[in-house]
Design a protein around this ligand. Structure first.
Ligand code: SAM
Length: 368
């Protein structure tokens, strides 16, 4: 294992720390989960900023865990590093005896360790065996996918996970080639993809093999299925006031994140009722307006940040929110009643409280 420290710049680090700080720095011991520990860049900064925080770091890649363990050695008395897929988080928390957590970060996708490793097969720019498993201890490799899937299945993977317009042509080329000889190297696959794409299209949208490699990586690691299960489970484990930050690198990840958050920030009560029924109010509030993009300086300093989309949310107490909404509704009804002709409201309690009591307009933005 070589020395990797410093070769990886954590994406949107300052923003992640800023968003997590109110949850992790609220006094006493707090629990933070880094669901995608990687080389431990974000985790190290969290542990430095919050001396009372215990870190649970997950990664499905044993090599990444080994590097992170060295990097985080000085925090050994308050870290648990676990070889796990992030949808296994509830089991990990059970086993470690932590019923709730205060912060969680998902920094999705591949690490620089995986991309730059000459033997892992993630990069179309380097020739390597077609592996692409983040967890090299289990699962099928990209070589098996490329050499065994039928045409419709291959084309679907490339179209859906790679958003590849020429998915059918690439799948046909793969099948023709493998009838001649098994496809075993990333360079051969990259070349096949390049040859299958019409010349004018090769000149746009980056390297022609980029989308195919992304699609195969997602398929090999079942990335979207794991994320779809992991996000709601992670939201469930957060204590009130706890915060989740997600960094996505392609639209499929971001769409799943958006959907998981949307489900928690909206009311599930009947739309025509003026007040929330118990248990139907939002359980989270969004901390980001839409998806936050990186600034120009961030991208210049760290090209891997170019495609990042950040979303974040905080768990709220639905009962406290419910009380706030009920008070607001009562106040609105009082104001409305006072403005009815002939109500003779001068000097009433409502008159003193309603206009300019500083609550109405602030509260209009609540819950978003
Ligand atoms: C972009 S890197 C994280 C980098 C990290 N934030 C840092 O600062 O070093 C993503 C990591 O998540 C891991 N990973 C991806 N999908 C995972 C999953 N479903 N479960 C657990 N780890 C996963 C990868 O193995 C990789 O090491």
């Amino acid at each position: 294992m070589g020395e990797l420290r410093g070769t990886h710049v954590p994406v949107l680090l300052e923003r992640c720390l800023e968003l997590l700080a109110p949850a992790l720095g609220r006094g006493g011991r707090t629990i933070h989960v880094d669901a995608t520990l990687g080389l431990g860049g974000h985790a190290e900064a969290v542990l430095e900023a919050h001396p009372q925080t215990v870190l649970i770091g997950l990664d499905r890649d044993t090599e990444a865990l080994a590097h992170a363990r060295v990097r985080l050695a000085r925090f050994a008395d308050r870290i648990h590093l676990e070889h796990a897929v992030y949808d296994e988080l509830p089991d990990v928390l059970d086993r470690l005896g932590y019923p709730g957590i205060d912060g969680i970060l998902f920094d999705l996708g591949v690490s620089s360790l995986q991309l730059d490793a000459p033997d892992r097969g993630f990069a179309y720019a380097q020739d390597a065996p077609l592996d692409m498993r983040m967890d090299q201890t289990r699962g099928v490799t990209a070589e098996e996918v490329v050499n065994t899937y039928g045409h419709p299945e291959l084309a679907r993977v490339l179209r859906v996970y790679g958003e590849e317009k020429f998915a059918g042509r690439i799948a046909s080329a793969i099948i023709r080639e493998r009838e001649r000889a098994r496809i075993t190297s990333s360079a051969r696959l990259a070349e096949l993809v390049r040859e299958s794409i019409p010349a004018p299209a090769r000149r746009t949208g980056g390297h022609p093999a980029k989308r195919t490699f992304q699609a195969l990586r997602i398929e090999v690691n079942r990335e979207l299925a794991a994320l779809e299960t992991a996000l709601p489970a992670a939201l469930d484990t957060l204590n009130v006031g706890g915060r989740m930050v997600v960094l996505s690198y392609h639209s499929l990840e971001d769409r799943l994140t958006k959907a998981a958050l949307a489900d928690r920030v909206r009311s599930k009560g009947p739309v025509d009722l003026p007040v929330e029924l118990p248990g139907t109010g939002p359980t989270f509030r969004l901390l980001s307006r839409g998806a936050e993009l990186p600034g120009e300086r961030e991208v210049a300093a760290n090209p891997r940040a170019a495609s990042v989309r950040l979303r974040a949310a905080e768990r709220i107490d639905p009962d406290a929110e419910q009380q706030g909404r009920t008070d607001r509704e009562r106040s609105r009804r009082r104001v409305k009643a006072m403005n009815q002709p002939g109500t003779g409201s001068v000097g009433s309690v409502g008159d003193r409280r309603a206009p300019g009591d500083g609550r109405g307009t602030d509260e209009e933005g609540e819950g978003t």
